[in-house]
Write a protein that binds this ligand. Structure first.
Ligand code: NAP
Length: 336
């Protein structure tokens, strides 16, 4: 048996990109199944609630102490077998994208520059510039925490949706630790890009490596860098509305940004927030990014979780009053 190192002086604020969150009773990094099982034994023996952490880039954690054990899986190896790439969950997502682009494997290039780990990517089915992780997802392996057994999930079993998967549902949330994810990519494949925000930077003959560069450049310009101001990317989901609501909003606001979404429509939450006058506004130590209204920031890096939560609730209420559209948080609220 190896010896895992259980730490008792860790804070969520040092482990999340929002730089917010209280003290953790027990924290442990594990690099393989054996170590993970050891951590589970410790958790069971001490009757602890388990929280699985990646890079903490999609979380708002409360300042209350967390009375359980936080397990961070850090195994980060990968292998390429033809057009199938399998990476361990602890590999940084962008490192994986870089590796695939370097190997002329098309499919992940639009997802360049997204913070977080490979293991976190299926949970919210990360997406950007018209691509979603689920487009190239092949399968994943996860440890069932209760049974201590490894299970395989194919695409169907993951129930991917728009920034959604089965792992976000009550029955699965924090019940599985994702160990590795496999992607089926296209060797030498031709990329497609249809987002206006990338047009001008790429064209029909752009290579995947040029697309990766363009995405990273655009993201750096438009999005907040967590190294400057703590944040967790888009704080809100783009609300889905029906045909009637779309018509009503377009009659009132001809410049509104609405896109088809299956039989329904997706309205750009950033537009609603900006139009309601929130871009750049502050609340206590928190604020709405002056660069991008969809991102809430830890303005002074001293914000409490409540500062950010209150701001988000004010925005949700105001958008609901002004436009009759209900926005939901995309960021996961932990220990509230
Ligand atoms: P953008 O390219 O300016 O687009 C603004 C919004 O309009 C996005 O929400 C996007 O929806 C939608 N949109 C634009 N062109 C579209 C098209 N051709 N078809 C359908 N929908 C379209 O967005 P941005 O805010 O600068 O972000 C760029 C990309 O990175 C977006 O895809 C965004 O979702 C992604 N992103 C994700 C996060 C996160 O935390 N999850 C954070 C930042 C950015 P979609 O959001 O559905 O793409």
């Amino acid at each position: 048996m190896t010896m895992i190192k259980i730490e008792e002086n860790k804070y969520f604020k040092d482990l999340t990109t929002f730089r917010v969150g209280g003290k953790i009773k027990y924290f442990v990094e594990v690099k393989d199944v054996e170590e993970t099982k050891e951590a589970l034994v410790f958790a069971k023996k001490n009757n602890l609630i388990i929280f699985i952490l990646g890079e903490g880039s999609d979380l708002l954690v409360s300042d209350n102490g967390f009375n359980g054990i936080v397990i961070k899986f850090v195994g980060d190896s990968y292998k390429i077998d033809g057009n199938i790439v399998t990476a361990q969950a602890g590999l940084s997502w962008d490192k994986l994208v870089d590796i695939t682009v370097e190997n002329d494997l098309q499919g992940l290039e639009c997802l360049s520059g997204i913070p977080g780990t490979v293991g976190a990517s299926p949970i919210q089915n990360i997406g950007a510039y018209g691509a979603e992780m689920s487009n190239t997802f092949e399968k994943l392996e996860a440890l069932n925490l209760e049974k201590g057994k490894i299970e395989e999930f194919d695409k169907e079993r993951c129930e991917f949706g728009y920034r959604e998967s089965i792992f976000k549902t009550k029955e699965y949330w924090q019940k599985y630790l994702i160990l590795s994810v496999s992607f089926k990519l296209n060797k030498g494949g031709k990329p497609t890009v249809n987002y206006d925000s990338l047009k001008g930077l790429v064209n029909k003959s752009s290579t995947i490596s040029e697309i990766r560069e363009a995405v990273i450049k655009t993201r750096n310009e438009r999005l907040e860098n967590p190294k400057e101001h703590g944040n967790a990317g888009s704080f809100f989901q783009n609300p889905i509305i029906d045909k009637n609501k779309k018509q009503e909003l377009e009659d009132l606001y001809p410049d509104i940004k609405i896109f088809p979404f299956g039989e329904n429509f997706k309205v750009f939450a950033g537009w609603l927030i900006e139009k309601a006058g929130w871009k750049g506004r502050v609340h206590k130590e928190a604020g709405v990014s002056p660069k991008h209204a969809l991102i809430l920031i830890n303005r002074t890096n001293k914000a409490t979780a409540m500062d950010i939560y209150e701001l988000s609730q004010k925005i949700i209420d105001d958008v609901s009053n002004k436009f009759g559209v209900e926005m939901k948080r995309e960021v996961q609220l932990i220990n509230f």
